[in-house]
Design a protein around this ligand. Structure first.
Ligand code: UD1
Ligand code: UDP
Length: 360
């Protein structure tokens, strides 16, 4: 490794959670890491809280790029990450998931002939209108080391011919599962969210933030209406993403359900592990519902986590109020055996660190 570090580029909430698991293993394996925070997420409850609670190593750089259109955001990140790569001369650049920060990190590296490792490679929604689908396809294509969480992800890459490229595909399982298992006990002793919100009876946990839902007034209205109908039967609690809050406020939409500010990971673990059901358009939350043996209704037309739908743990409801309510009726009383290995055994980040040790 010649003392060279891995340069990790991250910037959005789900990436902090993934990095918490992986960075801990890199430290354990003695692999030096330099973290670049692009600044994409910047509120304390969207960023700093995760570094504090999960003890993620502090970023060496914060680029402070946020709240811009896709091109401007990705472009400004790209320019600054390039400078940092030239200065740090890392052995490889690691990126997570499918955000603009992911693409900027991967693109900056490949243009400088620095190897790229992509954690959460191979996922596809097959919907090119999603900014995330564009980001993940382009990132995968320029990556040398592709860490896939699922069999479906590996199959997607093979179907796209990745076996003929100069890449290594490693099925490692899901690093979010590592995080969920590792932090649950800490969350139980640190979080007071259930008492604070007086959540001692059944409740549904929901989140909404996808651009396809928030930026489409019909979709957003339908989702609010669907959740309002569910809320008339059982409390619906929504830690609301700032994107969605801004749009609801500017459209004068007032939900009937309980809206709270985004919460830290410990509170979120308690909210998920004690709820009756999850309803979400988040990628990460669909899996976390499964980790805690909860059924999930996905407020989208497609999911990248197809195995959850195939096994009946997840139902795609799109953004239609009737379908959302009908899905609730179907899923709320459903019984399933969640005892199946879809995402590994909680050692995905260890597999990643071990692979880096061999690769660098
Ligand atoms: C981004 C990712 C999405 C991911 C999500 C996780 C892209 C294209 N999208 O979407 O894949 O699922 O993060 O949460 O990268 N905002 C704040 N405070 C913050 C963060 C954001 O007010 O701390 C506001 C921004 O000012 C902006 C809006 O939320 O107006 C959207 O933020 P942005 O990072 O562009 O996209 P997300 O919807 O968060
Ligand atoms: N999350 C959180 N607090 C919240 C909402 C979500 O800690 O108020 C966590 C959630 O448990 C999951 C991750 O953030 O671990 C998912 O991020 P998000 O839904 O923003 O992005 P996506 O996974 O859709 O890209």
């Amino acid at each position: 490794m010649e003392g060279k570090a891995i340069l990790t580029v991250l910037g959005a909430r789900p990436q902090f959670i993934k990095a918490a698991a992986v960075s801990r293993q890199l430290l354990r394996f003695g692999i030096p890491e330099v973290i670049v925070h692009t600044g994409q997420h910047f509120d304390d409850n969207m960023s700093d809280v995760f570094f504090r609670e999960m003890e993620i190593p502090s970023p060496a750089y914060n680029l402070n790029v946020h709240s811009l259109n896709h091109g401007a955001m990705t472009g400004r990140m790209l320019e600054q990450v390039e400078e940092i790569i030239l200065k740090v001369k890392p052995a490889a650049v690691m990126v997570y998931g499918d955000t603009n920060s992911t693409l900027a990190g991967a693109l900056a590296a490949v243009k400088l002939h620095v190897r790229v490792a992509h954690v959460e490679a191979g996922l596809r929604s097959f919907n090119m209108a999603m900014p995330e689908e564009v980001n993940r396809i382009l990132t995968d294509r320029v990556s040398n080391l592709l860490f896939c969480p699922t069999d479906a992800a590996v199959a997607n890459l093979k179907a796209e011919g990745f076996e003929h490229f100069e890449t290594q595909i490693v099925k490692c399982g899901d690093v979010m599962q590592d995080a969920a298992y590792f932090y649950l006990n800490k969350a139980k002793s640190a979080s007071t969210v259930l008492d604070k919100l007086q959540l001692h009876a059944d409740y549904v946990l929901a989140t909404i933030h996808r651009q396809e839902n928030t930026d489409d007034p019909v979709n957003l209205k339908q989702i609010i209406e669907g959740l309002n109908r569910v809320n008339r039967e059982v409390s619906v609690v929504v830690p609301l993403h700032p994107r969605t809050r801004k749009i609801l406020e500017s459209n004068g939409l007032k939900p009937e359900f309980t809206v709270i500010d985004p919460v830290g990971y410990f509170d979120m673990l308690m909210l998920i592990s004690n709820c009756k059901l999850v309803m979400t358009d988040s990628g990460g939350l669909q899996k976390e519902a499964f980790f805690f043996q909860k059924h999930c209704i996905t407020l989208r037309q497609q999911t990248e986590w197809v195995e959850l739908v195939e096994h009946g743990f997840n139902r795609l409801a799109g953004a239609n109020a009737h379908t959302i309510y009908d899905s609730y009726l179907e899923m709320v009383s459903k019984k399933s055996n969640f005892d199946i290995d879809l995402y590994g055994t909680g050692n995905a980040s260890e597999i990643i660190a071990e692979k880096f040790r061999q690769w660098l």
